[in-house]
Design a protein around this ligand. Sequence first.
Ligand code: PEP
Ligand code: MN
Length: 353
Amino acid sequence: MIIVLKSGTPEPEISRVSQEMVDLGLSPEKIVGKHKVVIGLVGDTAELDPLQLQETSPWIEYVLRVEQPFKRVSKEYRHGEASEIAVPTPNGTVVFGQHHPLVLVAGPCSVENEAMIVETAHRVKAAGAHFLRGGAYKPRTSPYAFQGHGESALELLAAARSATGLGIITEVMDAADLEKIAEVADVIQVGARNMQNFSLLKQVGAQDKPVLLKRGMAATIEDWLMAAEYILAAGNPNVILCERGIRTFDRQYTRNTLDLSAVPVLRTLTHLPIMVDPSHGTGWAAYVPATAKAAIAIGTDALMIEVHPNPAKALSDGPQSLTPDQFDRLTKELAVIGQAVERWPQAAAAAIG
Ligand code: PEP
Ligand code: MN
């Protein structure tokens, strides 16, 4: 349930209403929006009558029951206002959100060595990327496949960060590594295979770095939003949802089926920012440009694209990786769509400052 307060509600009144909710056995959560303050009520609200609650204060505009199983991530919880996730990077603060320019994340699937990660970082930065991605801990289907260089790769990501000023996004697989990953990463990725690792979700929810939550390969939209709810319920409101393709019956021509319709669907359900990853979504470099452009047109807030200096030699996900030259060309094409929907970074450089 949420209580939407009238604009200008005095602070002591907000505290008084919150205390009344505590007295009713509920946990009130104050959400300060641009125009209004909303009090989210967590706990057993089944027996409460919204109209009766409304009587508690003349400053209450309305009381609304959130019908969906996900509460904190629901659009209603923030009174329809989109979340803005501001991530400080050495190059300036980058904001993920519906009313901000598109955020570009690029880099190799895995961090292989210092030369390749630093070179890729320089190249993707020059093409306009805001974040460098790269796996140190890799979730691989086969235990015999390259598992990532682990801790030493984190140091290489830190080197690429200081060389370029790009923010870093890298994946956590094991909560035991979380602290050292958080020292280097500006955004912590939870991969598709861990989307329903609930203990990991609680742990990333209990730390401060923003979380990029990739959609599980067989996850419904509701499963995915419930996974995000775990992170918010644990105290971290900064979650970005990443559509990265789901399993369907055709694996001959595409690795996954990129569910672009998830973008407008999520928009109706949640205030959280949305990213699309056409690299894992299709599995083939040849299909990345078209799907990346479509993702911008359909309203994504960010794109994640795998880029490798020599895809043929990549230790993971070579077939879906663009070369730096291809990425450079692609960003010029993306700019056309981005400008058409008024989401291209140059159009609002103030957001990156
Ligand atoms: C990745 O980003 O390299 C990755 C493993 O992604 P996903 O979890 O979407 O498969
Ligand atoms: Mn990959």
